[in-house]
Design a protein around this ligand. Structure first.
Ligand code: DGL
Length: 283
């Protein structure tokens, strides 16, 4: 069991931890490594327990905290929850309740806030659609953040329960995926025809982007999170030189998965366009 006693030493610099329930966070990692290539990264996918999107608050919180502790024990001082479901259901508790006990100098950041910060400049109609997992949608996190930062905006959040399984099981490009992609986009736009911006509020969804683009009418902006989160982290590190000094700069990336490493390596390698060696992590 990982406790505050066996975390790596705070004085020793370490890699940036990137966590997702499965493969989706690779869309964030890819952008992070493109914009901030100098740092070392550890990617952790909890593939054995994905998807998170249909799980209870308690379980998502428990699993996410286990992952964060694992990444801390690997030497990470900074962990990005590259998962909207974990950001929606676990981030606040981890930041407010767990970090002060585990190690108040470490940081865990999410993906929802940086995404919402883009909307003021993107939406002209003030009508925003959010596509996410059932968990993210039920949490109301996007609605709360959007209306907080942009009073008067109308947010319609819509759950796409089949999209993560399509990605996790390698069906994102299959003809069968078209049915589910079209169904959810049509439902979102029927709920509010004035939507001019759609947030892909799940890090798995960019893997469905070719099909999403095909079914979203022209004139509607689709926001996917990779570059947004990478720009936000760049800004964060420039404002927090103390944290930046605690990051190692070897331009490397290690991949950990809670499921079979071979399966992860094959799927992640295809997606990232480079061969990837993964190891098994037990949380
Ligand atoms: N990729 C994750 C997200 O951004 C979670 C998907 C899932 O495990 O359901 O919400």
């Amino acid at each position: 069991m990982i406790t505050s006693a066996n975390l790596s030493k705070p004085s020793q610099p370490g890699p940036i931890g990137v966590f997702d329930s499965g493969y989706g966070g690779l869309t964030i990692l890819k952008s992070l490594r493109a914009q901030l290539p100098q740092y070392d990264y550890i990617y952790l996918g909890d593939n054995a327990r994905a998807p998170y999107g249909t799980r209870s608050f308690e379980l998502v919180y428990d699993f996410t905290l286990q992952a964060v502790k694992h990444l801390f024990a690997q030497g990470c001082h900074l962990v990005i929850l590259a998962c909207n479901t974990a950001s929606a259901k676990a981030l606040r508790s981890i930041q407010q309740r767990d970090l002060p006990v585990l190690d108040p100098t470490r940081r865990v950041l999410g993906v929802i806030r940086p995404t919402v910060e883009q909307l003021g400049a993107t939406s002209r109609s003030g009508h925003v659609g959010v596509l996410g997992t059932p968990g993210t949608v039920a949490s109301g996190s996007y609605n709360i953040e959007i209306e907080h930062l942009n009073p008067g905006f109308v947010t319609t959040a819509h759950a796409c329960p089949m999209w993560v399984p399509l990605v996790e099981y390698g069906e994102a490009a299959s003809p069968g995926a078209d049915y589910f992609v079209r169904k959810e986009i049509d439902a979102l736009l029927a709920a509010d025809p004035l939507i001019d911006t759609i947030v892909l509020g799940c890090t798995h969804y960019p893997l469905l982007l070719p099909k999403i683009r095909h079914y979203v009418p022209e004139g509607i902006t689709i926001l996917s999170q990779g570059d947004i989160v990478a720009a936000s982290l760049t800004d964060y590190l420039s404002r927090h030189p103390d944290m930046e000094a605690r990051l190692t700069r070897g331009a490397s990336c290690r991949y950990l998965t809670t499921d079979a490493p071979d399966r992860f390596s094959a799927a992640a390698g295809v997606f990232l366009g480079e061969s990837v060696a993964a190891s098994r992590a037990t949380l």
